[in-house]
Every structure is written in structure tokens, then in C-alpha cells.
Design a protein around this ligand. Structure first.
Ligand code: PAF
Length: 282
């Protein structure tokens, strides 16, 4: 496995290995790799002749310094996991300088309003940070196909918008959410949950599934009120938002239309740990 810390080394590694008619797949990550990341990388390995995985905890996408400081970092373990998956992976694990130079700041993006919904409302500047780093990573890696997990569905939609607006020649693929046996969507943040919080967390997906069941017969308002009530009664989990939105515009819906696809989106705190999830409704 090739490990590069500098973009010049990465470029050299890619150029040296790339042959005609071969495709380069890419999975950007912030490390603390789990089975969710591995499912993206496995898909990439199946579909491409070469794979790049980046590991970089991007400071500009955190609106909260404590969250950034506490974000799990486990480079050694991550490299072992990747090595066991395939020796053909090229890892790019830079320090902030390599991506940002000496100005660790975000560009400002217009994602046609997608950035103002849900996560964008509750995490100021988050998607400017994500857009900045992903755009730079695309410039550095120059992949043919990039893979994003649908757990961060809004991020996936925003990356689709980023490549469209900036005419970046990358195909973006969304990969289904990877869940533990009890339904909890895998996330690097799950590592920080206490035993009791971890035991409580599957309640999030359970509630999403119940909301999906109600979606056929009940109004969006009624379902939203019901979900809010479930969390108000919960000792360990605090609801930040629950919303049913159009899958394309990500705008909250009040009235359903048969021709559109909807998803329910949720953000929940377990102590100071923030968990998000979503589910397709129709
Ligand atoms: O989803 C993530 O882990 C991050 O937002 C990403 C896409 C790697 C950008 O830092």
C-alpha cells in the first residue's frame, strides 16, 4: 500500500500507476474508519482499477472547536484496516498545510439553497468547509468516480451540486447507509458514546422506521409532532431537528405530492455527541 502525506507524492504515485483505460476511484474520509467507510472503499475497488482514500480531519467544516478536538483520530489503526482490505489502495493523509497552505479558511459557496437546510441551519459554515476541502481534494486526486455515504445525504446532494456548478469532471456516487445489527447508522462519532448512550442510540432508526410507516396515511405535521413527542420523553437522547424533505431540493415539505421522493432527516444529541440519520420514505 502506498501512503502519501504530500500532494506531489500522491500525484507521482497516481501518474506512475495509471494506465490507459483504467479508472481511478476516490473515497474522501476524516479517518476513524469503520465498516461504513469500508463499504464505500469496497465498492470503489470493485468498480475501479485504482483507489485513493484520503484521511484528513478538515478543520474548516467544524463549527464547534470541542467537536473538532474530540473528533476521533486513529491513523495507525486506519492504515492497518486499509492494508487488510487491499494492498492496491493509495492513501493520502496530508496535514492542513498541504491542502490549505497557510490560510486555513473556507471559500464561500452557493449550492442553490441546499446549504441552508437542516445541517446548514444548525452548523454554520459547515458546507463551505466541506465544499472547500472536497473541491481541493478533487483537484489534487483527479478521480474518475468519487463515493459518498448517504448517511450524510445532504452532503451527498451538495457534492452533486458542487461538481455541476464548478464543472468538475468527476462522477459522484452515493452509497447506501451501513447500519449495525441494531440499526444504528455507523459513524466515527459512535466511538465516543458511553455504554448507556450506545444502547439508547438505535432508538433513532427505530423512530425513523416508524415515521416511514406513518408516512402512507398521516400528514407531515402529524408525523413531525409524533417524533418530537417520542424524543421529549427520552432520557438520553435530545432531538435537534426532525424534518421530512424533498429528496432533490431538501426543502421541508408540508404537503406530499405523489410524483416526488421524500426522506425523513434527523439530528439527535446523546450528551455532547451529535448523531444524524435519514430514511427514504417512498
Ligand atoms: O464525510 C466526511 O467524512 C467529510 O465531510 C469529508 C467528505 C471527508 C470532507 O471532509
Amino acid at each position: 500500500m502506498i501512503i502519501c502525506h504530500k500532494k506531489e507524492d500522491l500525484r507521482r504515485a497516481i501518474d506512475g500507476l495509471r494506465r490507459e483505460n483504467q479508472t481511478l476511484g476516490f473515497v474522501p474520509t476524516m479517518g476513524a474508519l469503520h465498516d461504513g467507510h469500508l463499504s464505500l472503499i469496497r465498492k470503489g475497488l470493485e468498480e475501479n482499477s485504482r483507489m485513493v482514500v484520503s484521511i484528513f480531519v478538515n478543520p474548516t467544516q467544524f463549527d464547534n472547536t470541542i467537536d473538532l478536538e474530540k473528533y476521533p483520530r486513529s491513523l495507525e489503526k486506519d492504515l492497518e484496516l486499509l492494508q487488510s482490505l487491499s494492498k492496491d489502495i493509495i492513501v493520502y493523509a496530508p496535514v492542513a498545510d498541504d491542502i490549505y497552505g497557510n490560510a486555513v479558511v473556507s471559500e464561500h459557496f452557493d449550492f442553490s439553497g441546499l446549504e441552508n437546510q437542516m445541517e446548514g441551519r444548525f452548523r454554520k459554515g459547515h458546507f463551505d468547509g466541506v465544499g472547500t476541502v472536497v473541491k481541493r481534494l478533487f483537484e489534487i486526486v483527479q478521480p474518475d468516480i468519487a463515493y459518498f455515504g448517504k448517511k450524510d445525504f445532504q452532503q451527498f446532494r451538495i457534492i452533486q451540486e458542487l461538481i455541476k456548478k464548478h464543472q468538475i469532471p468527476v462522477q459522484v456516487k452515493g452509497v447506501e447507509i451501513f447500519r449495525d445489527k441494531d440499526g444504528l447508522a455507523l459513524s466515527s462519532r459512535n466511538e465516543r458514546l458511553s455504554k448507556a448512550q450506545r444502547e439508547a442510540a438505535p432508538f433513532i432508526y427505530k423512530t425513523l422506521k416508524a415515521a416511514r410507516k406513518r408516512f402512507g396515511t398521516e400528514s407531515v405535521n402529524k408525523i413531525t409532532e409524533w417524533v418530537e413527542k417520542q424524543f421529549a420523553q427520552h432520557d438520553l437522547l435530545t432531538l435537534e431537528y426532525f424534518t421530512i424533505a424533498d429528496e432533490v431540493s431538501l426543502k421541508t415539505v408540508r404537503r406530499k405530492t405523489k410524483t416526488k421522493s421524500y426522506r425523513a432527516f434527523i439530528a439527535v444529541f446523546a450528551g455532547d455527541i451529535r448523531l444524524i440519520d435519514n430514511i427514504a420514505l417512498n
